[in-house]
Ligand binder design. Structure first.
Ligand SMILES: [Cu+2]
Length: 265
């Protein structure tokens, strides 16, 4: 009897924990700068809508920036830090980068695969963030050549609230038909100087389907999302990368991109 009660309690706890989406973040406050300056970059693996459980990141495999087709390794500049969520804190990384001249800077992160105990799988979210200086476009629409990648069809730093954001999901450079994509709003302002999320939420979700929104790419691997609110939006194409196993277990190699929308005022 007792065993049944314990089992039932564990089951209800598991069921009560919504399967919110993990999102690898590369966060900087401003994606469209008037001129080159030094920016902060925070690499955090978290649940952005809830500012909930933040996972411990391992040493990233790659972190670099592409500018005018030229790749610069930023891995040696990363410093470990601890990021505080509303429920815990997790191992994360930070750096700063001096933007020069005008154009697009595509920051790319290939994190270490993360072991997700609940699902007994590894997750590796290959993440892209594009920062522009001066409004002069260069690299924003060019595939970087990541194994799993979302290539924007709209400038990810030049979106008004109410615009759509379109992208193409690629696996080893080829479109992924009907890719499954999760979308989340960064609902608690990151506070880079505190390495933490703000306690206050911007919006409330009426139901879990609004926390992590699920959309699909079409037959050509393209997706469209109408942006209802200013701020940062994360898009994650699930399991699209070519690597399917890591250390004998299933690996979900995901492609993430972050875009920033602004209100017209
Ligand atoms: Cu998680």
């Amino acid at each position: 009897m007792r065993k049944i009660v314990v089992a039932a309690t564990i089951l209800s706890l598991l069921l009560a924990t919504p399967a919110l989406a993990h999102f690898q973040m590369i966060y900087t406050p401003e994606s469209a700068l008037v001129q080159g300056s030094e920016i902060s970059l925070d690499l955090v693996f978290t649940h952005p809508f809830e500012a909930g459980h933040t996972m411990d990141m391992g040493q990233p495999e790659q972190f670099f920036v592409v500018r005018k087709g030229k790749k610069t390794d930023l891995l040696p500049t990363l410093k470990p830090m601890v990021w505080t969520s509303l429920t815990n804190s997790g191992a994360a990384y930070e750096t700063t980068f001096k933007l020069r001249g005008m154009g697009d800077n595509a920051f790319c992160l290939v994190p270490a695969p993360y072991y997700e105990k609940q699902e007994d799988i590894y997750i590796q979210q290959i993440t892209k963030l594009i920062v522009n200086t001066g409004g002069f476009p260069t690299d924003w629409d060019a595939p970087v050549g990541l194994p799993a990648e979302i290539v924007p069809l709209d400038k990810p730093y030049a979106l008004w609230t109410g615009n759509v954001f379109r992208g193409v999901v690629l696996s080893d450079g080829k479109p992924v038909p009907n890719a499954e994509i999760e979308v989340e709003y960064l609902n608690h302002a990151p506070l880079p100087e505190k390495n933490a999320f703000a306690k206050e939420a911007e919006v409330e979700a009426p139901q879990d389907a609004f926390v992590t929104m699920g959309i699909r790419a079409n037959a050509d691997g393209e997706f469209v999302f109408g942006i209802p609110r200013a701020g940062w939006w994360g898009f994650c194409a699930l399991g699209v990368g070519p690597a399917k196993t890591f250390e004998g277990k299933e690996l979900s190699q995901d492609a993430v991109i972050w875009v920033q929308a602004r209100d017209m005022k």
